[in-house]
Design a protein around this ligand. Structure first.
Ligand SMILES: Cc1cc2nc3c(=O)[nH]c(=O)nc-3n(C[C@H](O)[C@H](O)[C@H](O)COP(=O)(O)OP(=O)(O)OC[C@H]3O[C@@H](n4cnc5c(N)ncnc54)[C@H](O)[C@@H]3O)c2cc1C
Length: 624
């Protein structure tokens, strides 16, 4: 038995960061890791994915890309990060941890579990056998077995803690497809660590990972078919993002099949055949599963802490990252809480560490970026129209100044925005939506008297949208960007930015200011006065912000008329108490409007905008 102030279960992004911070703060810390120190991101997810995407964008051959990927993932050798942890004062214990009583964790040690670096079971870097639900689940199942203390292969070490941190990440879930376990299939981890370049590949799932891997393999010459059951890619984001990405992936040579579920898989001499519910049969050498993940909670012994966990559910946490219902000394960070990005894991880990060290800190989830690192990339942050939470009164739909009725008509189910969500829309779109975000962590511990994270966004938002095509900026024109598009969403009630989605080159790098603006609740009127360098994509932000503030060129003039007679008056009637546009129109003098117009690089009157749109030549079919 070994006693620690803090035991951290899981040594991925979140676990490593918490452990390092609290050890630095003087606590005794044990970190228990069943696989690789550093977790998914460093070896099997973000880094290899981005490495391959960058190699593809540079036009490197597959062999060079694989060599570079091996270099950036350190050949799946985690001895250096393990050493860093030890130097930071953290006791690294390699094995599978399970809570056996409040205050106690039993670790089924891997061979060499207290010593140097070892590869995870099977030496596979935590990869998942096809058709199973994940290596860590297998690990968790192992942990369910009674461990015989003292044996070589199954020695058990007991740890006690004052604070427990659960940072066990998430795991892929196999979709219900008949015959899946009989065919050659990869998880994303396997797809990102293989040297094999399949001649024909089916990617199942059109979320961020599915889109990135489709672009990777299509770019290196595989004949890729992406299958997504929903009617669009990136179903969680506004439709235009997935529609543009579909065009980009098709241009990269991939076939995109939307709106039909895979039902049956059969092994063939050359690989497999996948049947879709619409009757389509697709042949491939391999299937790559990117169709869903879930928090990795099985076998952790959470019931011992009085927690009932339904498979697929995230651990409910408070804003301080306390696991709700545990009384305050059990914390969680990372994917296990339902977040899905490395930076979110890192952020929550900082919050956990601060609280353990006695510095009260609460997480703010209003501006956590969501990224897809394809070309063009997709960057989303904050609230967006549509989505599951929308109680959706679309009060402004249909009023689309300058809009064309064309390509946007492909909006998918659940979008809630009718025909307005398409890259073929006019340069300017205004919509107002009511978004009600239901608090999801009902189990929040009342005794802790804290709001769960979801409750932070529970207030109804009334979103006003401004859209700008990147091709309408000088930078986009120079770069011949016919796909890029930006939407900003302001809350009409408060006059601050609530969310944004950008599709374009390296969008994360020029959307940082939007993230800051949402997090810091900077008024749109202030943002609209920020000067952006010419010629950059920042000018798209400038145009959109000025539109939101009611100051952009002809839109401003139109707005001023509409203020009394037109569309905006109707919108104002919906929200008389706090229309941001109205407020900002009052704030900004005519002179400022005039100078704003002078700074617009091109004359963007409606006729020109329509002309540009025709020149770009979006094909309706591309968006369906
Ligand atoms: C294909 C793909 C690409 C991605 N790309 C990006 C990207 O570009 N940018 C981005 O921000 N995010 C990306 N992500 C998401 C990112 O990888 C995760 O958000 C991040 O790794 C989560 O970190 P974590 O610490 O919560 O979990 P993990 O990194 O998964 O760490 C959890 C650790 O816990 C260990 N463990 C589990 N159970 C036990 C147990 N019982 N005992 C001991 N140890 C245990 C596991 O072995 C694992 O190492 C991507 C994900 C995927 C799948």
């Amino acid at each position: 038995m070994a006693a620690f102030d803090v035991v951290v279960l899981g040594g991925g992004t979140a676990g490593v960061h918490v452990a390092t911070e609290v050890a630095g703060g003087g606590k005794t810390v044990a970190l228990v890791e069943a696989g690789l120190i550093g977790g998914e991101s460093a070896y099997l997810a973000c880094l290899p994915s981005n490495s391959l995407l960058l190699s593809a964008a540079r036009g490197e051959p597959w062999e060079d890309a694989v060599a570079r990927r091996t270099e950036v993932t350190g050949g799946l050798d985690d001895s250096a990060p393990a050493q860093r942890l030890r130097r930071a004062g953290v006791q690294v214990i390699r094995g599978t941890g399970r809570i056996t009583a409040p205050g106690t964790v039993a670790v089924k040690l891997l061979p060499g579990g207290l010593g140097g670096a070892v590869l995870p079971p099977g030496g596979s870097g935590g990869m998942v056998p096809p058709g199973r639900e994940g290596a860590s689940r297998a690990l968790a199942q192992d942990a369910d077995q009674p461990a015989a203390a003292g044996g070589t292969a199954s020695r058990v070490m007991t740890l006690t803690y004052s604070d427990l941190v659960i940072a066990t990440g998430c795991e892929p879930v196999a979709p219900p497809i008949e015959g899946l376990s009989d065919i050659p299939a990869w998880t994303t981890a396997q797809g990102l660590s293989s040297r094999d370049l399949p001649r024909r590949l089916i990617v199942l799932g059109g979320g961020p990972a599915g889109c990135e891997l489709t672009q990777v393999y299509a770019s290196f010459g595989s004949q890729v078919t992406l299958v997504e059951a929903e009617p669009r890619l990136l179903p969680g984001e506004p439709a235009f993002a997935g529609e543009i990405l579909a065009v980009a992936l098709r241009r990269a040579g991939a076939e995109i099949r939307l709106g039909s579920r895979a039902t049956k898989a059969e092994r063939t001499a050359d690989g497999l055949t996948l049947a879709l519910e619409d009757g389509t049969q697709i042949d491939a050498a391999r299937l790559l599963l990117a169709s869903g993940r879930r928090p990795r909670l099985g076998g952790l012994g959470l019931d011992v802490l009085g927690l009932e966990v339904t498979p697929g559910m995230a651990l409910p946490t408070t804003t301080r990252c306390v696991v709700a219902g545990t009384g305050g000394r059990v914390w969680a960070a990372g994917d296990v809480t339902g977040t899905t990005h490395t930076h979110a894991s890192h952020y929550q880990a900082s919050v956990v560490a601060a609280n353990i060290l006695g510095r009260h800190r609460e997480a703010d989830y209003s501006a956590i970026p969501r990224c897809v690192f394809t070309t063009p990339s997709v960057f989303a942050v904050g609230a967006v129209p549509g989505g599951a939470e929308e109680s959706a009164e679309s009060t402004g739909a249909g009023s689309t100044p300058g809009g064309s009725a064309g390509a946007g008509g492909s909006a998918g189910a659940g979008d809630g925005n009718g025909a307005e969500h398409g890259p073929g829309n006019g340069a300017r779109t205004r919509r107002m939506l009511r978004i009600a975000r239901a608090p999801s962590a009902e189990a929040a511990d009342a005794a802790e008297a804290e709001a769960p994270p979801a409750a932070q966004s529970a207030a109804a938002l009334r979103l006003v949208t401004a859209r700008v095509r990147l091709g309408d900026t000088a930078r986009g024109y120079l770069g011949q960007d016919d796909l890029g598009c930006l939407e900003l969403y302001a809350d009409a009630g408060t006059g601050v930015l609530a969310g944004a989605v950008a599709v374009g080159p390296d969008a994360a790098s020029w959307m940082g200011e939007v993230t800051l603006a949402i997090r810091a609740k900077i008024p749109v009127a202030v943002l609209a006065d920020v000067v952006h360098a010419f010629p950059t994509y920042g000018e798209a932000l400038q145009t959109a912000l000025r539109e939101l503030a009611g100051t952009a060129g002809s839109a401003a003039r139109a707005d001023q008329q509409e203020k009394r007679t037109g569309t905006l008056s109707e919108l104002d009637m919906e929200t008389p108490e706090g229309d941001a546009i109205e407020q900002h129109q009052e704030v900004i003098a005519d002179e400022a409007v005039a100078s704003a117009r002078r700074e617009v690089p091109f004359d963007v009157n409606e006729a020109d905008a329509a002309e540009q749109e025709r020149a770009v030549g979006f094909d309706d079919d591309d968006y369906r």
